[in-house]
Design a protein around this ligand. Structure first.
Ligand SMILES: Cc1cc2nc3c(=O)[nH]c(=O)nc-3n(C[C@H](O)[C@H](O)[C@H](O)COP(=O)(O)O)c2cc1C
Length: 161
């Protein structure tokens, strides 16, 4: 099975999840950073996992562009969607619900929220300002949990090959 794991990541957390997933999935796995490979077509794959961080409540515009550009190809294969964020519970779920276009969320065989991470020292200037308000709401700055990937791996394993 040819699997595409496509992601965006500014600070590396979503990339780490993507790479961990790639290491655990059986098949021919391609990991693609959409910042560099947004034109890569999902049409050549049997399964697509699409992952994105949440910044100020939304996914980066490049993720939405990727979805629109490849709409018909995405609708032809099983797609799993995940976001990487610091909010948990209801707030995280609400962010997941609005992260991807409705047509893609409805098509997806699974959707997940994975715990994000902020390292204050690494933040760009404007991000630092944005994050101040967020930090008061979330408390903890590292929710990177590789074990969050178990359910994705389980669901992918249940798909017909
Ligand atoms: C500028 C900025 C804004 C953020 N806004 C949100 C937010 O609205 N909701 C949330 O749950 N997490 C938010 N986060 C946390 C990120 O989603 C989290 O740090 C994620 O791991 C970033 O992924 P990356 O390391 O792949 O870039 C924000 C982080 C930054 C830096």
């Amino acid at each position: 099975m040819k699997i595409l794991i496509a992601y965006r990541s500014r600070y590396g957390c979503t990339r780490r999840y993507a790479e961990l997933l790639a290491g655990k999935l059986a098949g021919e796995v391609t990991v693609a950073d959409l910042r560099r490979e947004g034109r890569l077509s999902p049409a050549a794959f049997d399964l697509v996992l699409l992952g994105s961080p949440i910044y100020a409540g939304a996914v980066p515009a490049g993720v939405t562009r990727f979805c629109q550009r490849h709409r018909s190809a995405l609708l032809r294969v099983p797609v799993g969607l995940f976001i990487c964020c610091l909010y948990e519970g209801e707030k995280a779920r609400a962010q997941l619900d609005s992260a991807y276009p409705d047509w893609l969320s409805l098509h997806a065989f699974g959707r997940w929220t994975l715990g994000g991470e902020i390292r204050p020292d690494s933040l760009r200037f404007f991000d630092r300002l944005l994050v101040r308000a967020l930090v008061q709401g979330v408390g903890e700055l590292s929710r990177f949990r590789p074990e969050d990937l178990q359910d994705i791996l389980r669901r992918v394993g249940q798909l017909p090959s």
